[in-house]
Design a protein around this ligand. Structure first.
Ligand code: NAD
Length: 268
């Protein structure tokens, strides 16, 4: 059977390693042979720590000390400029609410973690990434960075800011050879979506509406998004630069998707 090999960075610093998508990425990337330095406020799965190629940094991405610890861990695990390196930003927080009923601290916290935490990450790791044999950055935002979603103003704006921060940094550092992109998922069966679901008055109906509006007819799995992340981190994505790659099962390909009652959709 012909195969299409994909060169992943030998070392990858991953934020949000204990969340739904972060865990899938850590699993996939370590299985594929990369050494992963995972950062999270939480503790990693035994399955990951048992694998010698996963190293955990416990802490918040909003603290400079966490990034210093991640850099130390990188060197401790054997990274040097002759090796390839990736930075993958997955950590995020989300609060559901409307402006006049929300504490301003929610906005501050959301922007601090989702946006500034990853700006800090790029500042900390860019010097190593530019020295590395090959460097790539993938920052995970959301389709909400471009499409407003009710009750998610703080979250959506934090992701929009991250998206433009990353694309602009990409241009500023374009000639350093580091490949820099954004990956924007739509709803997926992982932490943030599950909590948003649980916060609704009628979770069953929420899930049914969210599912039927997906052109592909289902909410995507975190594992599927992790595959797209791996591709973007790899040498195979070398011509994709400063881009936002949408991974949403078609949600934002159009609008008002009609599932077929009006004879408007071709079924298998
Ligand atoms: N789940 C979805 O439907 C969905 C949709 C679009 C985009 N996304 C994006 O995908 C990514 C992963 O989402 P998920 O659903 O897997 O989330 P999740 O809540 O399952 O995981 C997020 C992880 O980030 C960690 N984290 C939070 N704040 C942190 C901090 N200050 N420092 C370090 N770690 C911190 C959490 O502990 C958690 O393990 C996020 O960037 C999210 O915005 C998710």
């Amino acid at each position: 059977v012909p195969t299409l090999p994909m060169d992943l960075p030998e070392f990858i610093v991953l934020t949000g390693a204990c969340g739904g998508l972060g865990e899938e990425c850590a699993r996939l990337l370590t299985l594929a042979g990369s050494t992963v330095i995972g950062i999270d406020l939480g503790q990693p799965l035994d399955e990951l720590t048992d694998r010698g190629t996963y190293h955990h940094v416990l802490g918040s991405i909003t603290d400079e000390a966490t990034w210093t610890a991640a850099l130390e861990a990188l060197h401790f695990c054997g990274w040097s400029p002759s090796k390839t390196l990736g930075l993958l930003g997955v950590a995020a927080i989300l609060d559901v609410g409307v402006l006049l009923e929300e504490d301003l601290q929610i906005w501050e916290r959301t922007w601090r973690v989702n946006t500034l935490g990853h700006v800090l990450g790029m500042r900390s790791l860019l010097p190593s990434l530019t020295q590395a044999a090959r460097g790539s950055i993938v920052m995970v935002t959301s389709v909400d960075a471009r499409f407003a979603e009710q009750q998610l103003a703080a979250y959506a704006s934090s992701k929009a800011a991250l998206e433009m921060a990353v694309r602009t940094v990409a241009l500023d550092y374009a000639r350093t050879g580091v490949n820099i992109n954004v990956l924007a998922p739509g709803p997926m069966r992982a932490g943030l979506f599950e909590r948003h679901l649980a916060s609704s008055n009628d979770p069953e109906r929420f899930l049914a509406t969210r599912t039927s509006r997906q052109p592909i007819g289902r909410i995507v799995e975190a594992r599927e998004v992790a595959s797209a992340v791996a591709f973007l981190l790899s040498d195979r994505a070398s011509a994709i630069f400063g881009a936002v790659v949408t991974v949403d099962g078609g949600l934002t390909a159009g609008f008002d998707f009609r599932s077929g009652d009006e004879g408007s959709s071709v079924h298998h």
